[in-house]
Write a protein that binds this ligand. Structure first.
Ligand SMILES: Cc1ncc(COP(=O)(O)O)c(C=O)c1O
Ligand SMILES: [Zn+2]
Length: 397
């Protein structure tokens, strides 16, 4: 594992020490990236050691990439190294099944690393605003680390998100509002309560955990880039983390030379601030009014990392799409029936977006694509049942 060289501001390149916990850039409030000296790891030797050492490692999952993660003892529940399932109907499409992570979503990766670093720094109280799955993941890792978790999420999150957070012993507050309202409460109360705020992109380690998704599918494709990556986008941590992974992979010389994938940000038409800003050629998003979608993880009306995402989408020759909930639901049913995969609504937004871009000719069936199912469909049985009008039959019927 490398030691961290420093933290670097994504906007003004100011550098800071990682010796103590940091939040945002003190100069410009930009998000911070973790930087290492990657020179000693350059070349195929260190890359090929990953698979060899993973076979004998006591740390499973994403920690196979520990050579490019902070040099600390992990708090792990076995996150990462998730399946890449080839689609039965689209030979060039792979579904990255993040639903197999602990707590059933990709949020496990970012929170595993954020809680690992919190324990390393000796922090005892963490707080997070969440659309739902980040809350469950924080609650689990905090429980594993013996750290207090203070969670604020919308009252109407999928029930599983509430139940798991309570079961893990977190302090849970349900808020009459959206994640933006939850974020305001956390920001207002953190200082007085002694909480460390681990909101999306307001500390450097959630991105760092999520970058492992980029390393992982590139390794699973034989250290080659796919042509496109479909990412259900709320706060955008995964998109930003994967782009960081590509930059590192190139610096390390671990990926075969080729074009980076086109990044496809997928949102719901009921909350699409990034897609709107992308279409308008804007460099930042505007607050989306009355955000509403059954893809609850996508209900982020104004993501903090909007400008970074928009830059990535344009640089990668990608696109941002807003998919109506009916189309998301139709794709969810389609992939369940025809592929045997019960996707989260967010994942089904990605599969619906793939169908659209094939139909429009933006992508060809032969283009290799990675579709992120960011969570297990089983975390959404209440919202999906409602959307599908499924009711438990009574004994007499
Ligand atoms: C299942 C799922 N997919 C996607 C997202 C959006 O993730 P991000 O905030 O990294 O864009 C979330 C966020 O809560 C989620 O729970
Ligand atoms: Zn800065």
């Amino acid at each position: 594992m490398p030691t961290i060289k420093n933290l670097e501001c994504s906007r003004c390149q100011e550098t800071l020490s990682a010796e103590t916990p940091q939040t945002l850039c003190p100069k410009c409030k930009g998000s911070l990236y973790v930087r290492y000296d990657l020179q000693p790891l350059r070349g195929a030797g260190a890359r090929d050691a990953i698979a060899r050492e993973a076979a004998n490692s006591p740390w499973a999952g994403m920690w196979r990439y520990r050579s490019v993660l902070p040099d600390v003892q992990p708090v792990t529940l076995g996150e990462g190294w998730t399946p890449m399932l080839p689609s039965k109907r689209h030979p060039a499409a792979f579904l990255k099944e993040e639903g197999t992570n602990p707590t059933g979503s990709f949020k496990a990766r970012g929170l595993a690393l954020a809680v690992t670093m919190a324990r390393h720094y000796g922090l005892t109280k963490l707080a997070v605003p969440s659309a739902g799955n980040a809350a469950g993941a924080l609650a689990a890792y905090a429980a594993a680390a013996g750290i207090e978790a203070h969670i604020f999420m919308p009252r109407d999150v999928p029930f599983a998100n509430y139940v798991e957070a309570v079961a893990y012993g977190a302090h849970v507050t349900l808020v009459n509002g959206l994640i933006s309202d939850c974020g305001r409460i956390v920001a207002e109360r953190s200082k007085a309560e002694g909480w460390f705020d681990i909101s999306t992109l307001k500390e450097p380690f959630r991105v760092e955990g999520k970058k492992t998704m980029g390393y992982e599918f590139v390794e699973q494709l034989g250290w080659e880039y796919p042509d496109a990556v479909f990412y259900p986008t709320g706060g955008g941590v995964g998109l930003i983390g994967m782009w960081k992974a590509f930059a590192e992979l190139e610096e390390l010389g671990w990926v075969r030379p080729g074009k980076r994938p086109r990044m496809i940000a997928v949102q719901s038409a009921g909350c699409a601030p990034v897609a709107k800003a992308f279409d308008e050629g804007a460099s930042a998003s505007e607050m989306w009014p009355n955000a509403a979608t059954f893809a609850s993880g996508l209900r982020v009306p104004r993501p903090y990392g909007d400008s970074i995402m928009l830059e990535i989408l344009r640089e990668s020759r990608g696109v941002a799409l807003a998919i109506p909930d009916e189309e998301i639901l139709a794709s969810l049913r389609d992939w369940a029936k025809n592929e045997g995969l019960f996707l989260s609504p967010e994942g089904a937004a990605a599969t619906a977006a793939y169908a659209r871009l094939l139909a429009s000719g933006f992508l060809q069936p032969s283009d290799r694509v990675v579709l992120f199912n960011t969570g297990s469909g089983l975390k959404y049985t209440d919202v999906t049942a409602e959307a599908m009008h499924i009711k438990r039959p009574s004994a007499s019927s």
